[in-house]
Design a protein around this ligand. Structure first.
Ligand code: ATP
Ligand code: MG
Length: 356
């Protein structure tokens, strides 16, 4: 039975990088007989120009009906003056809500060929291969809020964090399953010396872990984790944490690799999941054919792994990317003298040639 992938290129470099990723998906699909079907839909500023809304119903409904969504990026200066409710970025929020995307996955793998781009010393960052699993639809971002209240003459505001046992169970189970496909280690990050939500988080995590005797569970306070990421990042396999801590730690971890054009992400939904690069639509280089397609190609590998259970095809793509880098291909964002200067097409072809 064929499996449908909805492709949402979006704006800026979105169509260039999703084209590359689709070409790579087609190549592994042929190799492994995956029977993939692709359908393209607009979102973001492009959709606003076409239909007056950044997320047309047709696009959302197609995404809901798909086996997975491959997303490029949205936004750009062209839409700076659009009504805030209709801004391109609203497409992402609409998809997150519409698909119930409850877990955000951000792998940070520092390829051997690229250790020199890291802000950390080579011997510290070498071998870093982390998967951050961030809870995405609960916690302080979605708790009760008070924007403004006058109390004893002073204005105050508050945000209430809350987590339920099922919410924590769901995300920790996901992290445990992911660890089983990796190196069998989960670090759960909280602030249980101070926060009640974190104490519930830690208790629940320990309970879930009982069902995964093969996975080693470690607990860290968030402040310590932030420090460990900077001094010894290669100790981590899977990190699982709540919405706020995950937001901060995933950006901290992202800079370890030193190259925004390399990092993929997945947002896992109850039925359909969405895969996209962590970078934006890069309007400054859009249309020039020079964008680095690797983050989107690695997002496609995650799609195969997490939505279609095609781990071998995903491994092939990741290895093909590593090989292309080892062969010296560099897009402009990473180019240095002595390497092979590659535009989007050349980089994509180098990767395709490494999938046999
Ligand atoms: P957003 O708000 O959508 O995140 P942004 O301007 O903050 O947008 P990006 O669109 O990611 O961030 O661009 C930041 C810089 O990184 C730009 O100079 C852009 O050209 C560069 N960049 C981003 N993605 C890529 C890529 N895939 N290849 C090469 N350069 C990139
Ligand atoms: Mg940005």
């Amino acid at each position: 039975m064929s499996r449908k992938i909805v492709v949402i290129p979006g704006d800026g470099i979105g169509s260039e990088i999703t084209d590359s990723a689709v070409a790579v998906l087609k190549k592994v699909s042929e190799k492994y007989n995956l029977d993939l079907e692709f359908e393209t839909h607009p979102a973001g500023g492009t959709a606003y120009d076409l239909c007056g809304t950044p997320l047309p119903d047709e696009t959302l409904n197609a995404a809901k009906a798909a086996d997975a969504v491959l997303f490029g990026a949205v936004g750009g200066p062209k839409w700076d003056n659009v009504d805030p409710a209709l801004r391109p970025e609203k497409a992402v929020l609409g998809l997150r809500k519409g698909l119930g995307l409850y877990a955000n996955l951000r792998p940070v793998k520092v390829a051997d060929a690229l250790v020199e781009y890291s802000p950390l010393k080579e011997d510290i960052v070498k071998g870093t291969d982390i998967l951050i699993v961030r809870e995405l639809i609960g916690g302080i971002y979605f708790g009760d809020k008070c924007e403004s209240e006058i109390h004893n003459g002073a204005e105050r505001a508050w945000d209430l964090e809350n987590y339920s046992v099922p919410e924590v169970e769901r995300i920790v189970k996901f992290a445990m399953e992911a660890a089983k496909k990796r190196r069998n280690k989960v670090t759960s990050v909280d602030k249980s010396n101070v926060l009640a939500t974190s104490r519930l988080w830690r208790r629940t995590t320990a309970k879930v872990a009982e069902n995964y005797p093969e996975v080693a569970l470690d607990n860290l306070y968030v402040d310590n984790c932030a420090m460990q990421l900077a001094i010894n990042p290669s100790q981590f396999d899977v990190i699982v944490t709540g919405n706020l801590f995950g937001d901060i730690l995933s950006d901290e971890a992202a800079v370890l690799s030193g190259s925004i054009g390399m990092l993929p992400s997945a947002s896992i939904g109850f039925s359909t999941s969405l895969y996209e690069p962590i970078h934006g639509s890069a309007p400054d280089i859009a249309g020039k054919g020079i964008a680095n397609p690797v983050a989107t190609i690695l997002s496609a590998a995650m799609l195969l792994r997490y939505s279609l259970n095609e781990d071998k095809a995903a491994d092939d793509i990741e290895q093909a990317v590593d090989k292309a880098l080892a062969q010296g291909y560099r897009t402009l964002d990473l180019y240095k003298e002595g390497f092979k200067k590659a535009d989007t097409k050349t980089m994509t072809e180098a990767i395709l040639n490494n999938i046999d």
